[in-house]
Design a protein around this ligand. Structure first.
Ligand code: ZN
Length: 367
């Protein structure tokens, strides 16, 4: 047994998916089928970016008795925010929906996953942070991504930060995987350009980390290679947001999620988690900032990443750790090295010898 022997060895992908322009119209059919099974109501978790978007809300077509909850994207999910949603549903006796639908980016999709697990498993969100701790199957759930890259629609985790302990770790479980995914590239037309780039790069970074790691799965590798190829087509030339490229990036995000569902990330994600936990940066922009520090670990991908940013004329924040106190650097170090699995995957079981305090601080100083 090694630290990397977990449920990812037996890969679980989403139950089924549909893709294409206008495919969100399939939702009504899918939900009608679920409603016919008995308990008839549906709980929607919708990115609050769409709060006043009547066109999108109309397409979701909630029925009377359904609950539509808007998910704030100011902060990424915390175990506390997840517990609050679960308490809210329990207080309204909405504990056995026939389906949960997550509509939005990684935050909304991950929130829906976490709540779906907790409605069928006792206790609080914090008690399931880790690998393979969820025992009962979750509520049936559908993902409708409206931005591409995190792969939340396909992964077996839902990332949450515990504000008390500072631990940023999801519920890694087969039960976290969505039953159905609707991939409609029309939904990404309105994404701001920078956000589109940062989020799209999450798919690329997941796959460069997987392919560079020691824990390999030949099917995961194939997913990763194709994801990187699609990212090259989307970001390497021309307008990344052209209709064809939005469709390609949606595929890349999904395949990247499938890749990561059967592998581990590497060094970029732990550094990024440090920036998120200690400084509040959102996951995808934090990844891009962390890419400033990893040339010695991923030289070819480092060059390619910065070519993409240049081609698409995207600014990545710089100098974010200038003038930080020693306490902040301590916190950044601790929030990075706590991620033993990805760091073992990237650097081996002796990763702590490579990532000394001084080394980690020097990496953050490059950001
Ligand atoms: Zn990521």
């Amino acid at each position: 047994m090694t630290i990397l022997d977990t449920g990812v060895k037996y890969a679980r992908n989403v139950g089924s998916y549909t893709i294409g322009s206008g495919s969100i119209s399939e939702l009504r059919f899918l939900l009608d089928r679920r409603r016919a099974l008995g308990q008839g109501y549906v709980v929607f978790f919708v990115d609050d970016f769409f709060k006043n978007n009547e066109a999108l809300l109309g397409k979701l077509a909630p029925a009377s008795g359904d609950e539509v909850l808007f998910v704030s994207t100011i902060e990424e999910p915390t175990v506390q925010s997840i517990d609050e949603f679960v308490s809210l549903l329990r207080s309204q006796n909405l504990i056995e929906p026939c389906a949960i639908v997550g509509v939005g980016g990684g935050i909304a999709m991950d929130t829906a996953k976490a709540v779906a697990n907790l409605l069928t498993n006792p206790g609080s969100a914090a008690s399931y942070q880790g690998w393979d701790l969820v025992t009962n199957p979750a509520v049936y759930k559908i993902a409708i991504p409206t931005i591409s890259g995190t792969g939340a629609e396909a992964t077996r985790t839902c990332v949450m930060t515990n504000k008390d302990s500072g631990l940023k770790l999801g519920m890694n479980s087969d039960h976290t995987v969505y039953d159905q995914v609707i991939l409609d590239p029309d939904l990404t037309i309105t994404v701001p350009r920078e956000q589109y780039f940062y989020t799209g790069m999450d798919a690329y970074i997941h796959c460069i980390e997987s392919l560079s790691g020691s824990y390999r799965n030949p099917i995961g590798d194939a997913f990763s290679q194709q994801t990187i190829q699609l990212c090259r087509e989307v970001f390497g030339i021309g307008d990344m947001m052209a209709a064809e490229n939005r469709s390609k990036l949606m595929v890349a995000s999904y395949l990247g999620g499938c890749a990561i569902a059967t592998s581990y990330v590497g060094l970029v994600h732990p550094l990024s988690a440090g920036l998120s936990v200690v400084m509040g940066y959102h996951h995808c922009v934090a990844n891009c900032i962390a890419m400033r520090a990893v040339e010695e670990f991923y030289p070819a991908y480092f060059s390619e990443f910065w070519r993409f940013a240049e081609t698409q004329e995207i600014d990545i924040p710089a100098g974010v750790c200038v003038g930080l106190s020693d306490e902040k650097f301590d916190a950044l170090f601790n929030a990075t090295v706590v991620h033993e699995k990805p760091l073992t995957n990237a650097l081996g079981e002796g990763f702590r010898r490579i990532l000394s305090k001084e080394k980690v601080v020097s990496l953050f100083q490059k950001m």
